[in-house]
Write a protein that binds this ligand. Structure first.
Ligand code: ATP
Ligand code: MG
Length: 403
């Protein structure tokens, strides 16, 4: 346990969300989150101390430098399972130190210059501390009022100064930044994302990571009949998404020859659904080799012809693993907003030669019959083909922040 600070020391204080509701499993979730936090922060190269007290995690930089703490805080904004990231001051347990830290926090707050209102929210985690919460509030509040002349507004303040009296120290902070929320990656198991170069699948991956799934990625390129551009895009997308989980794997399958076989094996109108089924069958084999328990796609109901309810049913029929479709009920504009927020939109919008453009019938089937698809697959020997495709994967490890 780190020693109480001699004077004020910058640190990061994390508020956790749903984890605190987890009852008996709570300890496991907390362990998972702490381990994810340590891994994410290791990439900054800054030595850290980390500890946990009832519903909050506290992190200090070994160096004690404010700029290091700021780098840690920014990295923590991407770690799943954290609701708010507070830049905090950690001070000794006396009113003078709390007051000093509170004055500093208010001085740095953007609303102070325009005379914004404030409230002090004291809280004692350590009930033995001799000064009551309301005494702390009055003492610190009047010091702020005297120094900055700001009005008090307890209901709807522009500046909220939180003061938490803990066992060994006091934490002082203002509002803090939004974290990602959700659950720690890995707490819900593992899945495989079918990753095109498009806008939707990266958002689907993000959504499932946020619900605690660790994900691998599988991309089908049109190689050897297209260039490698789509692979570069998938790689760049996974590298960006790696900030949310770390240690990401991208598997790439050259799919061009299989597409040609599909084209010559069946009706033009069924080619898209047939190829999606072959992708799913291949994905299922890759997922099972990685002990994955689900496949994830960026399907959204009705967005394109292959995403009608009937076609989705025909896709579900191709595999035993569940297909998770986190975007199924979202509009394109909502998906794009999310893609912008997670910084994948610009990458997805780069031009490429999608492997699917080769098989783009003018009038794709919107109500594919499973019996017809199975007929095509018999001619193709689809199960064998899926095995071969799964054996042909190339593995990449895109790392967030690398070139
Ligand atoms: P996206 O924006 O994710 O490409 P989309 O709106 O273009 O989706 P489709 O092309 O019908 O829709 O693809 C639906 C889903 O199928 C994708 O979200 C993705 O999960 C999967 N998929 C499509 N093409 C590929 C591919 N080349 N490699 C891997 N998965 C793919
Ligand atoms: Mg697409």
């Amino acid at each position: 346990m780190p020693l109480a600070p001699a004077a004020g020391e910058p640190c990061v204080l994390l508020k956790l969300g749903e984890i605190v509701l987890k009852g008996k499993n709570r300890h496991q979730f907390e362990q998972r989150l702490q381990s994810n936090i340590r891994k994410a922060l290791a990439s900054t190269g800054i030595g850290v101390d980390l500890w946990q007290r009832s519903g909050v995690v506290i992190i200090r930089a070994g160096s004690g430098l404010a700029e290091d703490v700021e780098k840690l805080a920014r990295r923590l904004e991407d770690v799943m399972g954290i609701v708010i990231v507070h830049r905090a001051q950690r001070v000794p347990k006396d009113v003078e130190s709390m007051t000093e830290a509170a004055l500093e926090a208010v001085a740095q707050h953007p609303a102070t210059a325009r005379g914004g209102s404030f409230a002090v929210r004291p809280r004692r985690r350590d009930k033995r501390f001799p000064i009551t919460s309301s005494e702390i509030g009055i003492s610190v509040g009047s010091a702020i009022n005297v120094k900055f002349g700001l009005p008090v507004n307890l209901k709807n303040p522009d500046i909220t100064v939180s003061i938490e009296v803990d066992r060994d120290e006091v934490f002082v902070y203002t509002e803090g930044a939004h974290g990602q929320g959700g659950l720690p990656v890995g707490s819900s198991g593992r899945g495989l994302v079918l990753m095109s170069g498009g806008i939707d699948s990266p958002v689907a991956a993000y959504r499932m990571m946020r619900r605690g799934l660790r994900v691998d990625y599988l991309h089908f390129s049109g190689m050897p009949f297209t260039g490698p551009e789509s692979i570069y895009k998938a790689y760049a997308l996974v590298r960006e998404l790696d900030k949310f989980q770390g240690d990401s794997r991208l598997f790439v399958v050259p799919f061009g020859k299989a597409q040609q076989q599909i084209k010559s094996a069946g009706e033009d109108r069924l080619a898209i659904v047939a190829q999606r089924r072959l992708m799913l069958k291949t994905a299922e084999i890759v997922a099972e080799r990685r002990r994955g328990g689900a496949l994830i796609t960026g399907d959204s109901l009705g967005q394109v012809a292959s995403q009608t309810l009937i076609n989705m049913t025909a896709l579900d029929d191709a595999v035993d693993l569940p297909i998770l479709r986190p975007l199924v009920g979202l509009d394109k504009s909502e998906i794009m907003d999310q893609a912008r927020r997670i910084s994948t939109l610009a990458i997805s919008e780069l031009p490429d030669e999608d492997c699917c453009s080769m098989l783009a019938p003018r009038r794709p089937e919107t109500a594919a019959r499973i019996a017809d698809l199975r007929q095509i697959e018999k001619r193709l020997d689809a199960e064998e083909l899926a095995e071969q495709l799964a054996d042909s994967v190339q593995e990449h490890r895109p790392v967030y922040g690398s070139d």
